[in-house]
Design a protein around this ligand. Sequence first.
Ligand code: BTN
Length: 249
Amino acid sequence: MQESFSELKITRELKAEGEARKFAEIAFRNLSFLEEFYYYEVVDSTNERAKEKCRKFCLFFAERQTAGRGRLGRRWFSDRGGLYFSITLPFYEAAKLTMVSALSVAEAIPGARIKWPNDVLLGDLKFSGILGEIAKDKAIVGIGINVENEIPGQLKGYATNISTFYKISRAEVFERFTRNFNKNYSELVSGNWSELFQRYRKLCATVGIKVKVITPSGEFSGTAELSEDGAIVVGGQKIYAGDCIHLRV
Ligand code: BTN
């Protein structure tokens, strides 16, 4: 049976209070394309809600998720204190949209670096991930950012949160992300991918180091380079999707 979640639909008139109003106000101020903002105290996964509604240019925002999903079928821990949201957009190449989202997170936090394709790191630890999906004629980008949420014991040594490094509120992180995303998305749809790619590449910690990329058709190791279509190039092999491990040398 389908679980039901309490959903608050907010438009530019901002008829809402409390946290819902605070985050909707930031989203509408910064995202010029945004038409509707959906707020949940708790939800299964904002990507699932985004898939269910057929509208584009909406943002689905949750305080916590009970079934947060990551790439490659993994779970995304979503306790209170983090940022969990999904944006629906017209159909576009998912790889470029997710790279632009990762860039918008990385450019929001000083010292952040990207691990190909769309993990965002502070030091060597991941604090943000993007799940890009295509559903019928729309693209969905789901963004998870660990801000003040506690990192579960099983992820210690692999994941971190921003508050370990900076004293910054969730609202300020959301403010910076939405501002960056608005600018970067509009550059993307205006055809400025090359410039975005160069900025992504500069912030990408994967470039020039030894990596292992695990794909359904095998494992590839070597020094990484990126190609402008979003693929990683390892040992002359172009790979579009896979699990990338940075190897220590
Ligand atoms: C990853 O790094 O594997 C991607 C993580 C994506 C998590 C976000 S949180 C908001 C949205 N809803 C989900 O269920 N997943 C994405």
